[in-house]
Design a binder for this molecule. Structure first.
Ligand code: ADP
Ligand code: MG
Length: 724
């Protein structure tokens, strides 16, 4: 057996298993060994049906019968039922909202059922238990599939793996045991250098694999998990530190701007810059002066004024001639995630730069613009894409703002000295790479990179995933901002809230209403989520609540032209109320909109709610955020409370990390980190240790010659990415 070999080469798999495994990301033997249990069951919780009492958390084994699907009496939600029976008795099982259960399991099958015992009218039952088909029953309670020889501790932990249709936890367990018994563990190479293992008291790869899949006790399991978490974070750090070192080996345009010029530019803003903004501008200008490219992350809560920092530093770039030239300007590419935002930045930049002889281009999927227009030097004009691209390539357009359209192949710059990525969490590494390699070939320089984000993430996570970037925080809000008033609204207060908003609307302010859905769900679909929709809510508000105000809608299914005209009307104040999905979440800026009503708030992440709330803290008027949550569960309550009490996004992120567990919040998809490593992110000591070790190794030699296994690891990683 070999680690890289495909599972199906060693094990006979049926089609449904193949499908499930591939969905779970398990292809090779190695993949399965790295598929870790989510938790461990304890065989001491196994009980006979006879001995069950209310409130028990138990596992019972038995035969299933009486399977049927029906509708629950009161709420008409679909419900599955069944009965499990062992030698000592029967207990009823019910599942709500899981009509498929009765179809997945067949009459008479042997099953393992795990859950809490409840009681209703004197009868015991289990509600929404976990159920799994097994091939054999344990002989007696206390005896289990996992208990070893007599005399050994009977208090045994068995691994519980995340399942997928066709692949059970049990199957995974047994397959891994077979792999272990093939002697493969002796072939696995140790990825973490010995001195590091020793220093942090981490088990070897061999022990850790055995312990994580079949721990004898909790300590073994913990220590194995700790090792794998460390390993994952350590390798991310190695990668990031390596990238950082290589990035600095590039040469970049040197940009030196007179302080007085910068001050002059900043003075023209219709506001006084905050100290945070000044500090950030200075840090960036200092980076510009070095011969190697900057790579900096500007992190600031929504409304902290990141755009002004970007604009000022872009000014410094545009104000600089290419080396050895007496004409032309260095160029900037400014990439944003949506057309609405691109358009808005474009308009703002025109006001910031109108006094200067600097052309500004806009490129999006739906068209291109150039400023100034020949006929009216105060206005932009539409131009053809080829024309704009020609000017950009000639170096005649110093500032190009755009969406993803910016990174298409056809876009080339003559002297791209600065790449700015707004709302950078919306973009991937690949897109960033594309943007920074836009210079014409004869020009070997790499642009300075400024990434901006308002996604508040815990410091430990930032240290890990942004390990290659230098960090600047904008931790001050503009002067004179009143803290936003956030209210979690109770059902009976709806009318009162509408009256409050009406008062503000009358005095000229504007309102966002955010709904989780675009259209009303199909009522014939039993399980369709019942949540407010943009279209129906807008109609309802117009008819029943805000008859006197103009209302419009905005959502992602509209064409760019439709969106644009809706946003234009809202920006100009023609529309007073905008009912929208979370598309307004990203960066949209209408200072006069000071109120936001969020419907179905439990459907949004805390970070997202905070971002949405940020839409209305853009002026010195009092801002309000009214939050409606349909679910009354404890979890929702806790989260809403956090939203009320957190002072800023960072605090909220830290709170979320502790309260909800990282996996749920910032899943694998978003950051490319496993749930296991995410748990470890809570531990600042571990993150700092892995970072320090990675920096040490990379400083020594970023090709890792002394560590062939690490070299090998990166080689296969690169190959994997290459083939994806
Ligand atoms: P974000 O950091 O979320 O991108 P923006 O750059 O869009 O925030 O700024 C939000 C609003 O605050 C804009 O209307 C901007 O003009 C304004 N603003 C920026 N800096 C200041 C400041 N120092 N004082 C007052 N208003 C400011
Ligand atoms: Mg912004």
């Amino acid at each position: 057996m070999d680690l890289r070999i495909k599972l199906e080469k060693e094990f006979r798999l049926v089609e449904s298993q193949k499908k499930a495994l591939s969905k779970m990301g398990i292809n090779s033997i190695e993949d399965l060994l790295y598929y870790f249990p989510v938790r461990y069951g304890d065989t001491s919780q196994m009980k006979n049906v006879e001995s069950l009492t209310k409130g028990d958390d138990v596992t019972v084994f038995g035969k299933i019968s009486g399977l049927k699907t029906s509708k629950a009496f009161i709420k008409k939600i679909p419900m599955s039922e069944g009965v499990v029976e062992d030698e000592t008795g029967k207990i009823k099982l019910v599942w709500f909202n899981q009509p498929y259960i009765a179809k997945m399991i067949h009459e008479g099958q042997l099953v393992r059922v795990e859950g809490k015992v409840s009681e209703r009218r004197g009868e015991l039952y289990m509600s929404n238990p976990k159920i799994e088909v097994v091939s054999t029953l344990p002989n007696a309670v206390g005896d289990s599939l996992f208990v070893g020889k007599e005399g050994e501790d009977t208090h045994v932990m068995y691994p519980v793996y995340p399942e997928s249709k066709g692949v059970t936890s049990n199957w995974i367990y047994h397959t891994i045991q077979k792999i272990f018994s093939s002697g493969i563990l002796d072939k696995i190479s140790e990825l973490i250098p010995q001195d590091i293992l020793k220093k942090y008291n981490l088990p070897s790869i061999k022990s850790a694999l055995v312990w994580i899949h079949t721990p004898k006790n909790e300590n073994d399991a913990l220590s194995a998990r700790k090792r794998f978490a460390f390993q994952e974070i350590f390798f991310i750090q190695l990668q990031k530190q390596k990238e950082k070192k290589l990035w600095k080996n590039n040469s970049a345009f040197k940009i030196e701007t007179k302080k007085s010029d910068i001050n002059e530019f900043v003075k023209r803003f219709p506001f006084k810059a905050t100290d945070s903004q000044i500090t950030a501008i200075k840090a960036i200008n200092d980076d510009f002066k070095r011969g190697y490219p900057m790579s900096r992350l500007l992190e600031g809560d929504v409304g902290s004024g990141k755009t002004a920092v970007a604009a000022t530093t872009i000014y410094a770039v545009s104000n600089t001639r290419p080396k050895g030239k007496t004409f032309g300007n260095l160029q900037t590419a400014y990439m944003v995630p949506t057309e609405i935002l691109a358009k808005q930045h474009y308009e703002n930049f025109i006001t910031y730069f109108e006094h200067l002889p600097i052309k500004i281009g806009l490129i999006t999927g739906s068209g291109c613009k150039i400023f100034p227009s020949k006929s009216d030097p105060r206005k932009p004009t539409n131009i053809s894409r080829p024309q704009l691209l020609k000017w950009v390539e000639n170096g005649e357009v110093p500032i190009l703002i755009g969406t993803h359209a910016l990174i298409q192949k056809s876009v080339k710059f003559k002297h791209l000295a600065f790449a700015v990525i707004d709302e950078q969490h919306r973009f991937g590494t690949l897109q960033r790479q594309k943007l920074t390699s836009k210079n014409a070939e004869e020009n070997y320089s790499v642009p300075h990179l400024l990434s901006m984000t308002a996604t508040p993430i815990p410091r430990t996570l930032a240290l890990t995933i942004y390990g290659d970037l230098d960090l600047t925080l904008l931790d001050q809000m503009p002067h004179g901002r009143l803290p936003i008033i956030t209210k979690v609204v109770q059902v009976n207060e709806r009318e009162k809230i509408y009256e409050e908003t009406r008062k503000e609307l009358k005095s000229g302010r504007q309102l966002y209403v955010i709904c989780p859905r675009i259209n009303e769900p199909d009522p014939t679909k039993e399980l369709a989520i019942i949540a407010k929709s943009v279209t129906l809510e807008a109609e309802r508000l117009k008819k029943e609540v805000f008859k006197e105000f103009s209302i419009d809608i905005l959502h992602s299914k509209m064409t760019p032209a439709e969106k644009e005209s809706v946003m234009a009307d809202f920006s100009s104040g023609k529309t007073k109320i905008l009912v929208a999905t979370s598309v307004v979440e990203v960066g949209v800026n209408v200072p006069n909109a000071t109120m936001i009503i969020i419907e179905g708030a439990e459907r949004f992440g805390l970070s997202q709610l905070h971002q949405l709330r940020g839409r209305v803290i853009r002026s010195n008027h009092q801002a309000y955020c009214f939050v409606f949550a349909e679910s009354k569960g404890d979890k929702t309550k806790d989260r809403m409370k956090a939203l009320l009490t957190a002072k800023n996004g960072f605090e909220l992120a830290e709170f979320d990390l502790v309260q909800r567990g990282a996996g749920e919040l910032y899943g694998r998809k978003q950051w490319g980190i496993s749930d296991l490593a995410m748990e470890a992110i809570k531990n600042i000591k571990m993150v700092e240790a892995s970072r320090a070790e990675a920096i040490r190794l990379v400083d020594e030699d970023e090709t890792f010659k002394k560590y062939p296994h690490i070299q090998e690891y990166f080689k296969t990683q690169t190959e994997k990415i290459h083939f994806e």
